[in-house]
Design a protein around this ligand. Sequence first.
Ligand code: 13P
Ligand code: SF4
Length: 444
Amino acid sequence: MKLSTRSRYCLRALLEIICNGEDNKPIALIKIAMRQNVSEKYLEQLFIILRKGGIVKASRGVKGGYILNKRPEEIYLGDILRLTELSMETVSCKNCDEVDDCMCRPYWDDFSHVILDYVDSITLKDMYLRSVEAGDKKVEGETTAPVLVDEIMRLKKERNAVLLVHNYQRTEIQEIADYLGDSLDLSKRATQLKEEVIVFCGVRFMAESSKLLSPHKTVLLPRLEAGCPMADMITAEELREMKEEYPKAKVVCYVNTSAAVKAESDICCTSANVAKVIESLKAKQIIFVPDKNLADFAGKQTKSEIIPWYGYCYVHEFIRLDDIKEQERLHPQAIIVVHPEVRPEVADYADYVLSTNGMVKLARKSSVQEFIIGTEEGLVERIRRENPSKKFYLPKRKPLCSNMKRTRLIDVFHSLRDMKYTIELEEEIMNKARESLEKMIKIA
Ligand code: 13P
Ligand code: SF4
């Protein structure tokens, strides 16, 4: 059986209907025709066949169009092919065509049954999920994929799972979050949850922090390779060498570090509590890893001598003062709010230096209407959504963390379906690293 273009256009069009909102939002054929680069007349003929076969139904009116007549999981590929293909005969050989008793015929018949059973086992929903998985942009649609979100919600319930989402994640991931926040907020949240499974949509060190604080829970990171380049800029071995060099110094590590580095530190901090954490140690000398910019920011608020590691976040490091000044020139009414991971000259110039949750709160509470924001664009998408009447400007070269953007809806779906990727840590490292995190939570 060789599939005709009729089947291909029909299947594509049906997948477009799912993207459009399945059973409640009719889609006009002209819209599908334009996306598929095919004539509307041709599609109309195909849709008459699909309507007669009970696959779609038409809705009239100004916003009229087509919707599915059944749920995507109730529509089988075989049903569609029977409607659109003239023949469903699958295989034969030349001899079969010439003689009635071809010895291969029984085998071809069996083979045909296998193929028909196969197409009758595939639903439109299966096809949709697979298209999204393959990154088919035309099929995924411009907004959230409703079927995928439904599936995630169903699996979340089945697995007794909760979704923790960092402020820098893609909008469609933020929209399905149970909790959306900064790294401090989410680490603390992890300890209070009753669910057995935590799906952490963020980067690896964040998922590790959740595991440290909730060791008996299963913590999943949907994309194995979603890491933080800054966290990878220092290893436990390098920190041990630094400690040997400054034996009297106390060690503060930013939460953006591996569990092994946390295990070598006296206490952990986040961008929201760095000064408070350092003050709590009452130490003359502090080794601060890995962010040199956060170290500089903290050093200006404490009497302790800070010995920094030369790490940085490439997203914030590349926000230049000139970019900020250019935005200021364009929007003179706006105030400047930046993350402490930016370069010292940018932090010094800003009106506020805040963690991502600090920015969320300021945007909500302040009577100011315009803000220039120096941090990753995901946070700005969140505050724009939450404060539609206010204006938020990013530097011209948008700060974008590619690691934070790796997680897509399909990854969250796979993560819950296959229970991957589980965060596992060595017992000894876990115990030591947990201490430095718990000390921080106690004081901040
Ligand atoms: P927050 O602690 O403000 O969430 O920041 C984490 C981070 O990775 C910033 O780049
Ligand atoms: Fe790491 Fe920077 Fe990305 Fe945050 S924004 S996860 S610090 S690379």
